[in-house]
Design a binder for this molecule. Structure first.
Ligand code: SF4
Length: 192
C-alpha cells in the first residue's frame, strides 16, 4: 500500500520535506546547475558564478515556495519527498543554517583585511564567508609573507581557502517532526 505521506498531491498550506535547495547542487556537463535531481537548471556556470547561482533569485524563489507552503507544480507532482507542514520545514532549515560554521581558524578581521571589497560593502565577515566567500574561494587572511601572525607566537597559514576547510560538510539535523521553538522567518531562510 502506498505511503500517503509521499502522495503526489500536496494539500493546501502544506509542503514537501525537502532540503535539497539548501544542500544539493548537481553539475551538468554543459555548466548547468540543478537544485535537485528532478528539476531543470537554475543557472549556468558559463553565464554566472556558482556562488551567484546558489544565491540567485531562481533558487530563492524555490526555497520560499517550499517554506511558505506553496510548492510549485514540479514539487507537488513528485512524490519523492513526504508531505509536512511549512513550520516543520522552516525549523529544519533554521537548524541546518545554524549548523554551518566557518572553520576554526576563521578570524573576521583577517577575512576583511584580505577582502577589502567585503569590508567596504559593510557586510559581516562570517555571513559573507558562509554565503559567498567559501564558494568563491576567497582567502581567509591577507597575503603578508610566508605566514601571517595572529596574536603572539601564533602562526596561521596564508591564503586559506575552502579546500583547507576541514569539516566543510554540513551537519544535517536529525529527522523529526516535533522540533521545538518558533519557526524562523521564511523569507530570511530563503535568502540564506
Ligand atoms: S522537485 Fe522534489 S526534490 Fe526537487 S526541490 Fe521539489 S520537492 Fe525537492
Amino acid at each position: 500500500m502506498p505511503d500517503a505521506s509521499h502522495s503526489r498531491f500536496v494539500p493546501p498550506d502544506m509542503t514537501r520535506d525537502c532540503l535539497d535547495p539548501w544542500v544539493y547542487v548537481e553539475f551538468k556537463a554543459d555548466g548547468g546547475i540543478l537544485p535537485c535531481c528532478v528539476r531543470g537548471p537554475i543557472g549556468n556556470m558559463g553565464d554566472r558564478s556558482l556562488a551567484n547561482i546558489v544565491n540567485g533569485v531562481e533558487i530563492r524563489a524555490l526555497r520560499l515556495a517550499l517554506l511558505s507552503g506553496r510548492p510549485d507544480e514540479i514539487c507537488q507532482a513528485r512524490g519523492l519527498r513526504s508531505v509536512i507542514t511549512p513550520a516543520v520545514l522552516q525549523s529544519k532549515v533554521g537548524m541546518l543554517i545554524d549548523s554551518i560554521k566557518p572553520p576554526e581558524q576563521f578570524d573576521g578581521e583577517s577575512y576583511l583585511d584580505a577582502n577589502p571589497d567585503v569590508r567596504a560593502a559593510g557586510e559581516g565577515a562570517t555571513r559573507h564567508f558562509l554565503k559567498w566567500g567559501r564558494l568563491e574561494g576567497r582567502p581567509l587572511a591577507a597575503r603578508t609573507g610566508p605566514e601571517v601572525r595572529k596574536g603572539p607566537g601564533t602562526a596561521v597559514q596564508t591564503e586559506l581557502s575552502v579546500s583547507d576547510w576541514p569539516g566543510t560538510t554540513v551537519g544535517f539535523p536529525k529527522e523529526t517532526n516535533t522540533l521545538p521553538g518558533v519557526p524562523p522567518d521564511p523569507e530570511r531562510l530563503a535568502a540564506e
